[in-house]
Design a protein around this ligand. Structure first.
Ligand code: MN
Ligand code: MN
Length: 294
């Protein structure tokens, strides 16, 4: 049930229904307080705290899936960060994610998008489906390969470009387009989602990426700023919150890990962090009823 929490980014707020310790857990959540390479509006460092606070807004019982998150075996391992450099961030996140993975369903709350690649690596995922407005396919940006504009490129290095599929794209530079063609990166634009419908696009994504298990990386700016205003690089004409819910709902049974990144609380009215929390809870609720769950 709802708890009345003050909107301060305090240290001791766990994600809602994270009721078990590390030994009983089958799902582990952690946050990364990092916004070192953000290119426009700042503020992703406090993303994990805001998402945790908003997570308490929801009923533990999921009306649609018939599961009760109070009975989930979720451990909240807290946050890491901040870090002085992108390289330090990658090393620290990789170490922490490896400690926490161990066959658990791993959930990471960002933080900016550069935080995701070391988490993907730690889960040993074989393919990555991405939600993003931006292709994030530059090999390097502002002299760093670990810039948030390079997130998808790093995923492609880990699992192969053919095993990465971004959805919701509507911002691509010429160099990225050329590299995507050359390296065989397929993706669906937000216009594709609007024209073909989200279920068909999910079918295409699932058919395109051959490896399993799956990792889902949600850059919250993939959603239209109308639904997710609290982000550093908002891009109009995005997918809807219903589209994002459908992606999570359909992929959840196959996931080994997921993240929600680029939530920027200083740019938010609370609804973006709320949506991020709700998407994580959607995955948890579906996985509790899934027969394929380990
Ligand atoms: Mn991104
Ligand atoms: Mn983005």
């Amino acid at each position: 049930m709802k708890k009345n929490l003050a909107r301060t980014y305090c240290e001791d707020v766990l994600f809602a229904d994270a009721n078990v310790g590390p030994n009983e857990a089958d799902s582990v959540l952690f946050g990364v307080r990092y916004g070192g390479t953000v290119s426009f509006r700042k503020g992703t460092e406090t993303g994990p705290c805001a998402i945790r606070e908003e997570s308490w807004n929801f009923e533990t019982f999921h009306w649609e899936h018939g599961t009760d998150l109070e009975k989930s075996k979720l451990f909240d391992a807290g946050d890491i960060g901040p870090f002085k450099t992108p390289d330090e961030m990658v090393t620290s996140v990789a170490t922490r994610a490896r400690e926490l993975a161990h066959g658990n369903f791993l959930v990471m709350l960002g933080g900016e998008h550069s935080v995701s690649a070391p988490v993907v690596e730690a889960t040993k995922a074989k393919c990555v489906i991405v939600v993003d407005a931006h292709l994030d396919f530059r090999d390097s940006y502002h002299d760093s390969k670990n810039n948030h504009a390079c997130a998808t490129r790093r995923f492609a290095e880990l699992v192969g470009a053919e095993n990465v599929f971004p959805i919701g794209i509507r911002s691509i530079c010429a160099e990225e387009l050329e590299d995507a063609k050359r390296l065989g990166l397929k993706y669906a634009t937000s216009k594709d989602v609007r024209e073909r419908g989200i279920d068909r696009v999910i079918d295409e994504a699932l058919a395109s990426v051959k490896g399993r298990p799956l990792y889902l990386s949600i850059d919250i700016d993939g959603l239209d700023p109308a639904y997710a205003p609290g982000t550093g690089t908002p891009e109009p004409f995005g997918i809807t919150s219903w589209d994002a819910k459908r992606i999570v709902e359909r992929l959840a049974p196959e996931l080994i890990g997921m993240d929600v990144v680029e939530v920027s609380p200083p740019c938010d009215n609370g609804n973006t962090a709320s949506l991020a929390a709700r998407l994580v809870r959607e995955a948890m609720a579906v996985r509790m009823k899934s027969p394929t769950r380990e």
